[in-house]
Design a protein around this ligand. Structure first.
Ligand code: ASP
Ligand code: MG
Length: 416
């Protein structure tokens, strides 16, 4: 009998009716003879609601109690799903993350899994039960309840699939797979049948928010093959797995669009060791996620030769801009930079594909396509399997469609 790990996300268990539908699916799979571990998220919106309540009471709630609070969302759906299975005559047991043996470090609200000791899970499986596990939560060695960071139920599922050596791991969500682009932006987007971990990671971290990036990293590290698929349809989803030689034939696997970004430019920064280290350390201490750092040589403002200076540009998520501003204003006042410019209303467009490693001229091809579409490029950065450009936010969708067309990613327009 095959062991399956299934994970149902927040929209799949958003209300009682949907929980009933999940129970039908699980019961059916059980009757076909599979052994099942089912990881569930909180009902969609519940985690956000809990966060809001906490912040209404205390602007900076303590993280230990925050975890205690957030963990309740997943416990609700876990218990309800078990009950729905009982009502169908299926033997099932609901477990908290701690009961399932998810042991984490002590970093409250974004804990890392230290190890998984699934003896209870194994015993219940052995006894023929469907094991329902609360996603997104664990427990420290010392018995404190922790959570794994937003979207962390994916991680629970992948980790359990890894230690239990599950035959399959299925991530059920509200989209039916990973697409070559967001179908809302590009109606010709197609579902990708197979994608490598690295491509999935680049797409996940650049805006195609199908899955938590940390979970994909974890899956890669432990070689967990998983399928992203819809809990509403029966259609096959996208397999995420180790890259194979055949995957390299496709130069670009997908295009992603990341909106709500801002660009920061510091002009006249002293060009000597330690300056960038100092500035970015300060920003990092604020927990701000900096991306696309570009530094180049600049002449002094008066055009005369003087002390060596440089310009530094980078992007940050727009909602972190005010924090960055506060910090950099101090940096400027203490002589760190001559001038600082902040620009909102930009977007990042990325093309991703492991085929880029063995094909040349991909960047030039992308830039030509963008030029033809009349899209101005403000910044460029590349990695081995990704090219990202910063464009005006309003030009983002057009840029996505131009790239999608250029690399022939489309099928027929999707009915929506
Ligand atoms: N409920 C948590 C969240 O909303 C975890 C998850 O859904 O995976 O982030
Ligand atoms: Mg979720």
């Amino acid at each position: 009998m095959a062991l399956l790990v299934q994970k149902y996300g927040g929209t799949s268990v958003a209300n009682l009716e949907r929980i009933q539908r999940v129970a039908d699916r699980v019961a059916e799979s059980r009757r076909r003879g599979n052994r099942l571990v089912v990881v569930v998220s909180a009902m969609s919106g519940v985690t956000d609601g809990l966060l809001r309540m906490a912040r209404e009471i205390d602007r900076e709630p303590r993280e230990r109690e925050m975890d205690l609070l957030l963990a309740t969302g997943e416990q609700t759906t876990t218990a309800l799903l078990a009950m729905a299975l009982h009502a169908r005559g299926v033997d099932a047991v609901a477990l908290t993350g701690a009961q399932a043996g998810i042991v984490t470090d002590g970093t409250h609200t974004r804990a890392r899994i230290a190890n998984v000791t699934p003896s209870a899970v194994r015993a219940h499986l052995q006894a023929g039960r469907v094991v329902i596990v609360a996603g997104f939560q664990g427990q420290t060695m010392g018995g404190q309840i922790t959570t794994l960071g937003r979207g962390g139920s994916d991680l629970t599922a992948i980790a359990l699939a890894a230690v239990l050596r599950a035959a399959r791991c299925e991530i059920y969500t509200d989209v039916d797979g990973v697409y070559t682009a967001d179908p809302r932006t590009e109606p010709r987007a197609r579902k990708i049948r197979e994608i490598s971990y690295d491509e999935m990671l680049e797409l996940a971290s650049t805006g195609a928010k199908v899955m938590q990036a940390r979970s994909v990293e974890f899956a890669k590290k432990f070689g967990v093959v998983f399928e992203v698929r819809s809990s509403f349809h029966r259609t096959r989803g996208t397999m995420v797995k180790e890259e194979a030689k055949s995957m390299e034939r496709v130069v670009v696997r997908g295009v992603s669009l990341e909106k709500n970004q801002a660009k920061v430019t510091l002009a006249g920064v002293a060009d000597r060791p330690g300056v960038a280290a100092n500035m970015f350390s300060g920003i990092a201490r604020g927990g701000i996620n900096v991306d696309m750092i570009v530094q180049n040589v600049s002449l002094p403002a008066d055009g005369k030769r003087g002390k060596a200076q440089t310009d530094i540009t980078f992007t940050v998520p727009r909602d972190e801009l005010s924090k960055v501003k506060r910090y950099l204003e101090k940096f400027r006042q203490t002589g760190g930079a001559r001038q600082i410019l902040f620009q909102e209303g930009i977007a990042k467009v990325s093309v991703v594909g492991i085929g880029m490693r063995s094909h040349s001229g991909v960047a030039a091809q992308l830039f030509r396509a963008l030029a033809k579409a009349g899209v101005n490029i403000q910044m460029i950065s590349t990695s081995e399997i990704k090219i990202t450009v910063v464009v005006d936010e309003s030009a983002g969708p057009k840029a996505v469609r131009a790239a999608h067309r250029e690399f022939r990613l489309g099928g027929r327009a999707q009915k929506r």
